[in-house]
Every structure is written in structure tokens, then in C-alpha cells.
Design a protein around this ligand. Structure first.
Ligand code: F0G
Length: 449
């Protein structure tokens, strides 16, 4: 859909700053955009997580929030929506996705267990590794430019080889749908089905990280002939029926700023999860969320299934992807569900990989246009294959003119890209260094763009 399928009722002013101001702000932030206060950012594409705009239906539902410790009325509405989405009988509410991951790790993972995935998101990986697991990420191999519609798939041959090789040591197979760390790419239903068949053959549980399942289902509808006449809910249910365990961060397709759940059919395991739920999160009828959040998510899940909404959502991602592609900026193709991924090493080929071309592009985007993006390359993961810069689009927040502006900023950067040089870390954090490290611009290049 070419225009926003909503009218704007409440507005939030955004910062309009000068280049001189931005140079000062980025120096004060040690060239790390995580240190920038959000009131100096013009377009914030750092994440699509917890950044959605609420609808008037969600705002009015919020006022109905039942804040009772036990038996909250709001919980039952939340549970109904979560059951409708997942088709599962037991819903374990958590305050965000990673809290669910912690409960699953505590219940299931033992030191030396193996977890195999199409690509785990960082917190999922972090939790499983914390529990002592060894992780194998085995996405299907495709080139950056390949237009293959389901580049988020797991490699089924490698999966079978690993299941054969490690047998009972494999504790879980996890499909992240869409595949966030793999470029926000879609996973096909055929791939989910075949993965489940292998899991059954080798008696391993299949977990689906379903936080962007509505977006994935829309991409399935667009790209798989067999599903073009199905509703989004039918596609979601068809995908999730293969999962033994589902995790869902409601900060994405729940259209809320916080929240999530685990869903499953295995009663015994659900009871075990509930023991940890009470310990880590809260009573099973709120699980770390306020009653008002349960209400917002109950409505949000239903809105995320709406085809007009999804058509607009995915069209925005496509629009930005194509604008940049047509400008000759190397982007991952085809468009994914929530973000555009720019390959910075290909764009700034004169910058050595060890001088973080992705972070240089992130800094240039801020200096040139007040845009905040995030590096997902060698700065974030030392062994990263690509040097991506992720432009994640918040849901229902920006209009096409905001995205046009982002493309204009890229056009301007392209003209002076030869002046951009690398970055150097001057203070490095021990864990997850991209969040807190301090950097500098080599030869003070930032003053010359
Ligand atoms: N799984 C995936 C695929 C995610 O993208 C995220 C979060 C999580 C799990 C964890 O959920 O934040 O609610 O604890 N992704 C955000 C992002 C942070 O920017 O991609 P959470």
C-alpha cells in the first residue's frame, strides 16, 4: 500500500539539528550511537523493537488494565489473543522475549547440549550459551544479491548431518522467523515443515522464535503461490503448528513497547516453565507485565494480523530497500520484513574491515542527516561475515517522506564517500562491545564530510 492506512492523532516532534551540533553530539557520544540521547536524533532506525505507535483501540484498552496480582481480567484477553495466534494451549507471559529465553534455558539446557538454528538472535544465543550450550547456526547459503524469496531458511542437509552426528546431545532446533540476524529474511513454510520432520525423526524439540511471525506470513503470502489466497492468521497458524515451543517478543509483532510470552502444548513442560516464571517474572496471570500492557498486546496482536497494516508495513521496507538499491547502495535483496541491511564494506570498499566500515557509515548517517542506525558487522561480532548497517523501521511511526529523506541522506553520503575513513576503538568493553565501547574517527575524517 502506497499510503499510510491510518490518520495521525497524536504527534511527537522530532529533533531538527545542524551539522555543527551533530558533530558535537557524536563526539560527546564517543562515536557510539548508543550513547546519543534520543532527543538529538531526527530519524531513529536503531530498532523496530518496542518502538511501535499505538492505535486508539490499544490506548482505550490500556485504560481497562486490571492490575490484580492474581486472576487479572486483562490476562485472559492476552491469553485469548496469544492462543489464537499460536494455536497452543499454554501461554506463559513474560516481560520481554529474552525473559522467555531465560526460562527455557533454565528448564531445558544442560552444559554441553547442542542447539541448532537458522541463526539465533544475540539474546537467544547469549541465554543458551550462558546455560552451557554449544550453538550451530546453519542458514541456507545465498549471495547478498540473490533474489531467492526465502533466504531465512535453515540448511536442511546440514541439519540432518548434525542431528545424525550428535544424536541425543541436540537439545533444540530453533527457527528464528523472520531471520533477524540473517538480514530479516523470510523463512518458507516448506522449510519449517521439513525441519519439523527431521526433528521428529531424531526426537528433538523444535522451537520457533516467532516475534516477527506476522511479517513473515505476509512475505509467505506474497512469495509462495500456495498461500496467496490464505489469510495471514491461517499462514501464521500453519507455520506455528510445527513448533513444540514458541517464544514471542511482543515488542515486535505484538505492537507494544514491552512484553512477550512462551506458548506450548506440553502440559508438563508448561508447569515446569511456570515454576521459573513465578521465580523470575511474576505470577502466571501477569508474568512481569502490567495489566495495561496485557490489554495493549491483546489488541496489538490482532492489529498485527491485519492485511492493510501489513501491506503498508512491508511496502515501507520494500520502498527503502529499492530506493537505496536504485542509488547503487549495496543492500541485501530481496527486501525483508522489518529492516533494510546495507553492506558497508562493499559501499566503503576503501576502508579496511578491521577499521569497521559499518560503524563509519553509521557515523556518517548521523552527521549527514541525524539518522541513527546500527552496525551489525565486525564491530558487533568479531567473526561477522558481512559488515551490515541495519536500518530497522519502527511500526506505524514514520511516513514515506521520512524514508525519502533517509534515501536523500544516502545520496549525499555517496557523493563524498571517499572522504569517509575508518574507526578505531579507544576503550573496549568486555561483553557486547558495540553497546558501550568508545571509538574515534581515524584522521578526524568526520570533520571533512
Ligand atoms: N528474538 C529476536 C529474533 C529478536 O529480534 C529479539 C530482539 C529477541 C528475540 C529478544 O526480544 O528484546 O523482547 O527481549 N530484537 C531487538 C532488535 C532487540 O533490535 O532486533 P526482547
Amino acid at each position: 500500500m502506497r499510503f499510510e492506512p491510518f490518520k495521525i492523532k497524536v504527534i511527537e516532534p522530532i529533533a531538527i539539528t545542524t551539522k555543527e551540533e551533530r558533530l558535537k553530539y557524536i563526539e560527546n557520544a564517543y562515536f557510539n550511537v548508543f550513547f546519543l540521547p534520543s532527543n538529538v536524533i531526527t530519524i531513529d532506525l536503531l530498532t523496530d523493537s518496542g518502538t511501535s505507535a499505538l492505535s486508539k483501540y490499544q490506548m482505550s484498552a490500556m485504560m481497562l488494565g486490571d492490575e490484580a496480582y492474581a486472576g487479572s481480567e486483562s490476562y485472559y484477553k492476552f491469553e485469548e489473543s496469544a492462543k489464537k495466534l499460536t494455536g497452543k494451549n499454554f501461554i506463559i507471559p513474560v516481560h520481554q522475549g529474552r525473559a522467555g529465553e531465560k526460562i527455557i534455558t533454565t528448564s531445558l539446557i544442560n552444559r554441553g547440549d547442542i542447539v541448532i538454528s537458522n541463526t539465533l538472535f544475540d539474546t537467544t544465543r547469549g541465554n543458551f550459551e550462558f546455560g552451557g550450550a554449544i550453538i550451530y547456526d546453519i542458514p541456507e547459503e545465498h549471495s547478498l544479491e540473490s533474489e531467492y524469496p526465502f533466504k531465512g531458511n535453515i540448511d536442511l542437509n546440514k541439519l540432518e548431518d548434525l542431528l545424525k552426528k550428535f544424536e541425543r546431545k541436540v537439545k533444540l532446533v530453533v527457527l528464528t522467523i523472520t531471520n533477524n540476524s540473517g538480514g530479516g529474511q523470510a523463512v518458507s513454510i516448506e522449510n519449517v515443515k521439513r525441519t519439523k520432520e527431521l526433528c521428529e525423526k531424531y526426537n528433538v524439540k523444535l522451537m520457533i522464535d516467532a516475534c516477527r511471525i506476522c511479517e513473515n506470513s505476509y512475505l509467505v503470502k506474497l512469495r509462495d503461490e500456495n498461500y496467496k489466497n490464505k489469510t495471514i492468521l491461517e499462514i501464521v497458524n500453519e507455520t506455528l503448528k510445527y513448533a513444540d515451543i514458541i517464544t514471542f517478543s511482543a515488542k515486535k509483532d505484538g505492537l507494544n513497547h514491552i512484553g512477550g510470552f512462551i506458548a506450548l502444548d506440553d502440559e508438563k513442560l508448561a508447569d515446569e516453565f511456570k515454576n521459573y516464571l513465578v521465580l523470575f517474572e511474576g505470577f502466571p496471570t501477569y508474568g512481569g507485565m502490567a495489566g495495561r500492557d496485557l490489554e495493549i498486546i491483546a489488541v496489538g496482536i490482532m492489529e498485527a494480523l491485519d492485511e492493510n497494516y501489513l501491506s503498508h508495513r512491508i511496502s515501507q521496507v520494500k520502498f527503502l530497500n529499492e530506493k537505496l538499491y536504485n542509488l547503487g547502495i549495496p543492500v541485501m535483496r530481496p527486501f525483508g520484513g522489518h529492516a533494510v541491511y546495507v553492506e558497508a564494506k562493499q559501499f566503503l570498499e576503501h576502508i579496511d574491515e578491521n577499521e569497521f566500515p559499518g560503524q563509519s557509515l553509521v557515523i556518517a548517517l548521523y552527521i549527514e542527516g541525524g539518522i541513527r542506525a546500527v552496525e551489525v558487522g565486525k564491530f558487533m561480532f568479531k567473526d561477522a561475515k558481512y559488515n551490515f548497517v541495519r536500518l530497522a523501521i519502527p511500526r506505524r511511526v514514520y511516513t514515506y517522506s521520512h524514508l525519502e529523506y533517509v534515501a536523500e541522506v544516502f545520496e549525499n553520503i555517496k557523493k563524498k564517500k571517499d572522504n569517509i575513513k575508518g574507526m578505531r576503538i579507544v576503550k573496549e568493553s568486555k561483553f557486547l562491545r558495540h553497546f558501550t565501547s568508545h571509538l574515534e574517527a581515524i584522521d578526524n575524517w568526520h570533520l571533512k564530510v
